[in-house]
Design a binder for this molecule. Sequence first.
Ligand code: ZN
Ligand code: ZN
Length: 241
Amino acid sequence: MHDYSDDLQGYEWPACVTPRCNRQLWVAEAGRWACRPCEDKTAARITELPGLFAQLNTTAMLMKGASRISGPSGSKTPPIPPRLDVLNLVGPGGIAAKLSAIEDSWRSALGWTIAPWRGSPAQAIPDHVRFLRDNLLWACSSYESVGQDIDDLRKLHGECAALAAGEKRPGRVQIGACPTPVDDGWCGTALTASTGSHRVHCGGCGARWDGLGEWRELRAAQEAATAEQARQAAEQGEAAA
Ligand SMILES: [Zn+2]
Ligand SMILES: [Zn+2]
């Protein structure tokens, strides 16, 4: 009688290549790299990305946490900048760059030319999403490295969803003191940002900041002003001692 156990040893039933899944494939999934549930979940995540991007790409998100008090006792509370994690995600190196890298690796595996330049993240993301959705079945079936991309898309979606879920507060948020230089120091008026506008306007000195680039400048100026204030306070402390 033939003992089949030897034949079965060393034979591994094919499993999904997605990290953290590794589910054994069904017979109907034979020949695939990633399992069908991974494909379905990934399709849903890809589809949600443009909406999450739009939600993150608002003043409210960029200003989230801006009024949070940090440090003990509340004295000399430094201005808290707009959340850099959000800025990074909606900037050119964020969601758009990650989707673009995946699209290019799929295009390369398909023997296609790399994706054309598609403009700003807001313009490019819908196009990347369309490409990835259209070719997801191919990738799960025929692209050996798809598991890493599925895992990267899961992490990207999770990061965006967590940040978007944390931002529900409407209205105005405190974003620290106005750092505009005036005669003997700086303006110091408390600045606020509105969820409905990309503009910050100082009611004290009339300074304006509009959009991401200028907000970064505002933040840098606030940090410089805070550092200078701390230095002066230390000097006064020494002089009094
Ligand atoms: Zn899977
Ligand atoms: Zn001012």
